[in-house]
Design a protein around this ligand. Structure first.
Ligand code: AMP
Length: 424
């Protein structure tokens, strides 16, 4: 027997039923984006490795452990994109978008890749929807982004989502704070987990994320970044909060919130859902005022977020019910009428009605059974006598129809079926 193949670890197929749910999420997001003036951008699924090393940061888990990196045939190091912000900043610089009216508002939808240990809500290929507002440091941009995401969750009827909000200050504040934190961690080295101890210098902030009991005890009295914010950063953060208050968006200020990417400055946020278990974050983001400069552009403040589509689906917790499409089936009593059925089906499809015919040479009874299995509401049958009957499967009623008048006015046929479907 030939070998059977299986999905690579950490990946999944999206089957048609779930495609509908995904399309609905994308549609809802697309509408919100359009109203707020965000335009779609699509960048390649892979980039030069150095872009992520510089952009996301060498000390992060993503760059240290999770990238799918390989050399192409020309010996260039290539990485399947683990996140969307660095590529968009690359595109902003590469296409001279600073010449456009600022801020530039962009959104993206697509697959991302991280070599993580797979579990519910964590995959090696997953999909994100993300938004970026580039070219302004206004706290209004941060608030606008957060409010838009809050509204998206409301539209998708995702309940029980909590918003954690924090500020990391400017890069300088963070550097000063970092030194104090490193000194504090060194003083309590003995109580820290091996992992945290090893990374004291590389990434001390991650100590706040540790599950290790000893580390957690130490972190309870650790200096907090929010207490070190300079007055500009504190004012900026205060304004973001007051705009969220005004919009009625509830949040918890979380002084320990650090996200796993190096580029954040000032505002950071994370939407979590209790329904998701260990991987509780549905989406998050923040401000990254230094990133574009870091990638070779001019100083350009920006902010953004990304949500994981698979986690949104989990948080929705139920299959998305779409309004059911009206499906029509065209059956033939006699094989010789198959061309006629084919023509009628094509005509119905042109008017916008979802129509199916039998392609398998089934008997009339077999065709009816098939119509039932695919959930057809109406069945046209080209009868032995040459007449055409129309049966409404819901009411079970059947009657003869004369299709000649519809040949001139095919749209009327669609109206006729719609009227029938509403009266039944
Ligand atoms: P990040 O790019 O790390 O800020 O992640 C943004 C969002 O992407 C998270 O809140 C998750 O919803 C989603 N996400 C990140 N990594 C994964 C993964 N490995 N599998 C599924 N979703 C993910």
């Amino acid at each position: 027997m030939a070998d059977r193949y299986q999905l690579p670890r950490g990946t999944f197929d999206v089957l048609p039923d779930e495609s509908n749910a995904r399309a609905r999420i994308e549609r809802s997001a697309g509408q919100l984006f359009a109203r707020a003036g965000f335009e779609r951008i699509t960048t390649p699924a892979f980039e030069e490795t150095a872009l992520f090393e510089r952009g996301v940061g060498r000390s992060t888990d993503i760059v240290q452990k999770e990238m799918f990196t390989f050399d192409d045939k020309g010996g260039r190091s290539i990485t399947l994109r683990p996140e969307g912000t660095a590529p968009i900043c690359r595109a902003y610089v590469e296409h001279g978008m600073k010449k456009l009216a600022q801020p530039v508002r962009l959104y993206y939808i697509g697959p991302f890749f991280r070599h993580e240990r797979p579990q519910a809500g964590r995959y090696r290929q997953f999909n994100q929807i993300g938004a970026e507002t580039i070219g302004t440091d206004s706290p209004m941009a941060d608030a606008e982004l957060i409010i838009m995401l809050d509204e998206l969750f409301a539209r998708l009827r995702i309940s029980g989502v909590r918003l954690r909000l924090g500020s990391l200050g400017s890069l300088e504040t963070r550097h000063g704070y970092r030194e104090r934190l490193v000194a504090y961690l060194r003083r309590h080295k003995a109580q820290l987990s091996d992992d945290v101890r090893r990374r004291i210098d590389l990434n001390p902030l991650r100590a706040f994320d540790s599950d290790d009991p000893g580390t957690r005890r130490v972190m309870q009295n650790a200096p907090l970044l929010v207490d070190s914010l300079d007055s500009d950063d504190a004012t900026h953060f205060g304004e973001v909060c007051s705009m969220l208050d005004e919009a009625g968006v509830r949040y918890d200020i979380d002084p320990t919130l650090v996200r796993g990417l190096d580029y954040y400055t000032r505002t950071v946020f994370s939407f979590v859902s209790a329904k998701l278990g260990a991987q509780s974050e549905i989406g998050g983001g923040g401000r990254y005022d230094g990133l574009i400069e870091q990638l070779g552009g001019g100083a350009t403040p920006a902010a953004g977020w990304a949500i994981g589509v698979e986690r949104v689906l989990l948080a929705m917790g139920r299959p998305v019910r779409l309004s059911r499409r009206l499906v029509v089936f065209v059956a033939v009593a006699n094989d010789r009428d198959r061309r006629g059925a084919f023509r009628l089906a094509a005509q119905l499809r042109r008017t916008g009605i979802t129509t199916q015919i039998d392609l398998g040479g089934r008997s009339l009874k077999g065709q009816f059974r098939h119509a039932e299995r695919i959930g057809a509401r109406f069945i046209f049958t080209l009868e032995e006598s040459g007449e055409v009957s129309l049966r409404d499967r819901r009411s079970g009623e059947s009657h003869q129809v004369d299709l000649t008048p519809f040949e001139e006015e095919p749209k009327e046929l669609r109206k006729y079926l719609r009227d029938l479907s509403h009266s039944g």
